[in-house]
Design a protein around this ligand. Structure first.
Ligand code: FAD
Length: 401
């Protein structure tokens, strides 16, 4: 089983108090309708929907709830896929690309509704997003991208340099303004979802590791580190970027990224509506505020996985992110109070891979969800919920392994 050093440094979320959801120790072999491997934000969203649908759910995690990549996320929950709509149309065709973008928008809306319905306190707030002109898209191309998005029914409006300056105080040649995205605390959200799943009977075991999977005709036997067997009708591998060796797909790669959080800023130093901001650049910069006025800023992605190299770069990448942040927002104090690095999975299309493992329909996975991991985790939870109910999600083909 692959084990990665998923993150290094201190993510800001670990400085806020989150409820601890009690976990049990596995002390015998058990059977269940569904075993979810992984108690990060993806496993939590899946367990929430599956337990709501009436399945018996067991979860295991080799570390514990929210101890993998989940606390490393900067948690800009956006429908905008990393690959612009114009480029995705070119890569997979206009119909599929439009459907992927629309599904992404629907997933953010569904997530917002679910959090409200369950009354989970995770400091969720609605945020517009600014996608700033950069070396990937600028000028006519950026304006064209806004028009394509708007024509697909997605919220998107092109802002000229002067509109951007007067509306948001930012200096760039243009931007796309969209609405309907979210900022939230990912650790609190994960705890809230696990709590609700637990109240419906889900059982959470940690630390407990899946070390071997044996596929049978009518069940899957997952052998654990402590020597027991969990026999499940279906297994969901919500193992984040630590894919099980049995799942291989050459469309997927692991890359490295860096983030910082500043000290609390006075309200007047922040920008109007505290929009989520990201750049149409490579490498890109993305930022948001927290409920208490910190600015979280990340980016500087590099196409390698080597964790030692990633960690050795924290100081240099922090300086670079701080420099870019200071240039973009001269009114804030960009001194970092938190700095961290993490790995994440990516695909060339920016779309995740979700669904049954070919030839092993009782095992469902999600992988390759990069900068929009949280939105894609919600799509995965919905797809898996529909599959286990015997249906077929209308967009399953977009994400199939
Ligand atoms: C710096 C950074 C910034 C990011 N910013 C954003 C952002 O702004 N917006 C966004 O949407 N996404 C963002 N992401 C991506 C986001 O963090 C991920 O999509 C998300 O955290 C993945 O959650 P997960 O539950 O799938 O994985 P994890 O949180 O890693 O959970 C997987 C769990 O599986 C467990 N596990 C693995 N293998 C086994 C096994 N064999 N047995 C038992 N347990 C196992 C692990 O211990 C882990 O706890 C960012 C990522 C990073 C690193």
């Amino acid at each position: 089983m692959r084990k990665l050093d998923l993150r290094t440094g201190k993510p800001v979320w670990l400085s806020y108090r989150s409820p601890r959801i009690p976990e049990e120790s596995l002390e015998s072999s058990i059977t269940t309708d569904v075993l979810v491997v992984g108690m990060g934000i993806s496993g939590a969203m899946t367990a929430d929907l599956l337990s709501q649908a009436g399945h018996t759910v067991v979860m295991i995690d080799r570390r514990g709830a929210s101890l993998g990549s989940t606390p490393a996320t900067t948690a800009l929950v956006q429908h905008e896929i990393d690959v612009p709509l114009a480029r995705l149309r070119h890569a997979i065709g206009a119909e599929k690309a439009t459907r992927a973008w629309r599904r992404s928008r629907l997933a953010v809306a569904n997530l917002r509704d679910r959090i409200a319905e369950l009354d989970i306190s995770c400091r969720m707030s609605d945020r517009p997003t600014l996608y700033l002109a950069g070396n990937v898209l600028r000028g006519k191309a950026l304006r064209g991208e806004a028009e394509l998005r708007a024509a697909a029914g997605l919220s998107a409006r092109y802002l000229t340099a002067s509109e951007l300056r007067s509306g948001f105080g930012l200096e760039r040649e243009g931007a796309i303004l969209s609405t309907g995205n979210l900022a939230l605390d990912p650790v609190k959200l994960t705890a809230g979802l696990l709590d609700r799943a637990k109240a419906r009977g889900a059982r959470l075991f940690a630390p407990e590791e899946a070390v071997d999977i044996r596929y049978r005709r009518s069940s899957v036997d997952v052998h654990t580190r402590s020597g027991y067997v969990i026999s499940a009708g279906h297994v969901v591998l919500a193992t984040g970027y630590e894919l099980m060796d049995m799942v291989d797909d050459d469309r997927h790669e692991i890359i490295s990224t860096w983030a910082i959080a500043t000290r609390r800023q006075p309200k007047q130093a922040l920008w109007p509506s505290e929009a989520l901001i990201w750049e149409a650049s490579d490498p890109y910069l993305y930022l948001r505020t927290t409920h208490d006025g910190r600015v979280i800023c990340g980016g500087e992605d590099e196409d390698f996985q080597d964790e030692a190299r990633r960690d050795a770069l924290i100081k240099e990448k922090t300086e670079r992110i701080v420099g870019k942040l200071a240039k973009l927002l001269p009114a804030i104090d960009p001194t970092p109070e938190f700095a961290w690095a993490g790995s994440f999975g990516n695909t060339g299309t920016g779309l995740p891979l979700i669904g049954p493992v070919p030839g092993k329909p009782r095992i469902l996975v999600l992988m390759g969800y990069g900068g929009n991991g949280i939105t894609f985790s919600r799509i995965a939870a919905e797809l898996i919920d529909t599959t286990l109910a015997g249906g077929e999600d209308a967009d399953a083909d977009l994400f199939a392994l």
